[in-house]
Each structure stands twice: as C-alpha cells, then as structure tokens.
Ligand binder design. Sequence first.
Ligand code: GLN
Length: 487
Amino acid sequence: MNELLKKTAAEQSKALKNKEISAVELTKAAFERIEEVDEKLGAFNSLTKETALNTAKKVDEKIAKGEELPLLAGIPLALKDNMNLVGSKTTASSKILENFVSPFNATITQKLLNNLVPIVGKANLDEFAMGSSNENSAFKKVHNPWNLKKVPGGSSGGSAASVASCEATLALGSDTGGSIRLPASFCGIVGMKPTYGRVSRYGLIAFASSLDQIGPFARSVEDAANLLEVISGHDPKDSTSLNLPVEHYAGALKDDIKGKKVGVIKDLMSEGLTEDVEKAIKKAIETYKSLGCEIVEISLPKLKYSIGIYYILATAECSSNLARFDGVKYGYRTPDAKNLMEMYTKTRAEGFGPEVKRRIMLGTYALSSGYYDAYYKKAQQMRALVTEDFKKAFEKVDILISPTCPNTAFDLGAKASDPLQMYLTDIATISANLAGIPGISVPAGFDRDGMPIGLQILAPQLQESKLFNMAYQFEQSHDYWKQLANI
Ligand code: GLN
C-alpha cells in the first residue's frame, strides 16, 4: 500500500499542496488498495473510478495553476450506497434497487463534487440502513478490518471498514439510530452524527425521516470536523434542513477545555457493559479529569425506553417511506404477475429482505387504526420525555459521555438470528437521534482481543464545535487513533 494512504486527510492535503503526490496518483493508490483488500472486506458495492479520476484531474489542474484548493480537495472518499451520485448505482444494498442508477446528485454529493473530493465508490450497508452489523446487505456481508471474523457494525459498515482499512481516507454514512457512531466504534475510527437538520438529506434514500442524519467518518477528529463543514448547510430541497450559518468546525479544536463539565451517563455505565469497555470509559473519565474538567454523574431516567420508542417510530416511518418501492416507480419489478395487485405484492415480496419486511410489518401495525394511539402516539410522547431528560442534563454539564456500545465488535453470525439482541446493540446511540442532538464516537482503546472500543460524546443541539473540541482534546491525549488495522 502507498504509505500516504495511511495518513489523515489533513496530512494528505499538505502532501498534495507540496506536490509530493498528485491527486490522480493518490486516487489511483486508493483504487489499488481497494483491489488488494476489498475481496476480503466487502466494503464496496460498486466503484466510481471515472468520477473519482475526473475530479482528481481537476484538483491537479488547480495545483498546476497555483490556485487555492477547496477544503478536502483530492482526498479519496467513500459514499454510503444510499446516497445518490449521478450515473452510479444507488442500491441501498437491496435487491429492489439492485439496478437503480441515480438520475440526480444528492445535495451532499454535489457539495463534495464542488469541493473536488474524489468519490471512489459506493459503500456497502445494511439493506435500507436497517441493522447494526452490516449482515443485512442483500449482496454481501462486510468484514471488520481488525478481525475478518467479526462484524464492522452497521448500518454504515462499508463506510467504516473502508476508512479503517485505508481504502478511503474519508466516508459518509447515515445515522438513524447509531449507524455512523456504532461502526466507527467497532472499526476504531471517528464517526459523527450532526444535529438533526444540519445536513441536507435531499438525495439520501429515506429510512426514518424524523431521525435520519448524514455525517462524516474519518481517522481523526480534525478530518471529521472538516468533512462536516463541507457537507453542512441549508438546502431548500430538504424542508427539515436548518437555515443557519455553517461554522468552521475545526476552528475550536485546540481551545482549552479546563473547567468544562463532563457528564457521565450513569444509566449506560451499569448493566450489560463488558469489563474491557467499562475500563476504557473509566480511563476516559480520568483523561478528562487530567485535562481539568469537572466530572458529574448524570442520570437519564427515560433512556431505558429509547429502544422501544425507536422501534415503534423508525418502523412506522419506514413503512411509509418504503411504500414507494412498488415495482412501478423505481427498481425491480417481478417478471411474472397476473394482475396489478400481484405485481405489487410479488415485487415487494421478492425485492425486500427479511429485516426490511419485519420492519414494514411492525410499522404498519403500529400505525393501523385502533393501535395508533397505543403505540405510535405513546412513542411520540415518550420521545418528548427523552428529549426533556437531555435538556435537563445539559443545564448541568457541557457534554455527556458514555461508551458508544456496551460491547466491542461481535462475531459474524452471532446475533443474526436474534433481532432483539441485535436491537440492544444500539442502547447508547439511539437516544441522540430521538433528541436530535449531535454525537461522536472516538477511539478509546482496545479490548483483550485487540478490538477497538469507542467513546461516545454528546452535546446540545448545534454545539458541534464544542463537541469536536472535547473530542479532539480526548483524542490527542492518547495514540489510540493512530493505530491502524493490520490488513
Ligand atoms: N441499528 C439501528 C437500526 O437497525 C440503526 C440503524 C441506522 O442508524 N440506520 O435501525
């Protein structure tokens, strides 16, 4: 592998500017790396060589002319395969969209192209982003670069594995209940979910629209902050996107955090935690103490309901969002249907995988007349209470910390036949989506088998700069983030 691929985006940007390497060479190096390891990893559904090399060429032309480069120009990036890029297949890892070619660019894709970021390919995911292990892809499973027998986490498993294995330097994922933070933690990299509405979802295949957010993966907090800056901003095409100025999120990284109040979420430090994860988080608490922070224990009494609330709301919303895949408008249509009704039912029966079907059925049930008040309405009310818990907590502290997941990456197949066990993997991440607040997972050590552990940090809405600052200070106190998977 070209040694430069192991560097951060910030370092690669310097190398490009100093002409140590050209953008075309760097992009080609990424494709060589993918060629070398992706058979084993399964991180990519498809590659977008032409787009990537055309973009890289433009970067080199700018460098040759001595022009200033936009942020992250020339840095190889993997796009989760539920985001549209003109001319590429956008499959959502589903058979129903297996041959769907994007007719338009997602807003984030357009922003990446404007900044001359070479998009090297479409990263594998759990079908329609439903899952925590990336075993729900209709095409192939993703393997964890730290140990190929283990899952990379989901649903953005391909995005995380590609960055952890240096196939790409950056990636985008979507996070509805933890799908960026969980795989980041399992793969030993940085993954961040922004405030709800900070990043446009126009062109993202919707899963649960009141929860979905797009966010960055990187091998350093600084790179993640810069990538968020590139993709953020108001978009008239997404009515939920916030009309607020984009900050220079990396601007506050080096600010002193002395005196800041760090809340430890008590409810996530007790049952279910493995010994090694507990140790790592306790060490993280010590790190913040040594940086001059005050540690406060915080209880979020309604947090224990978050998985129940999420699996009502997310399934209800997905049952509605996925109604559009009916064989008429997009993608797959069953070849042998006798009439219209059979065309709909067979298309959906053949096109969707088992987890997606389970969710559509659960969601349809929760929304059906007679059950709506008992399930959907109740879940909405409970969601407000979870949000209230966070509001109260943030009156006392600047940030909240917890493990990103109570355990490290598990073996492929270990939870595949037990959906409830799989759903429990998200206990620490889901509540941030319910409350719409930003969260990040940063490398915080390794377990006894050498698998990465993630520290989750949460901040109040729109305080991404503070979140990155607190994450950066933690990151720079250790060298966990510098360690790379040996694949
Ligand atoms: N694991 C959660 C689920 O299966 C979250 C997925 C996500 O954030 N896209 O729904």
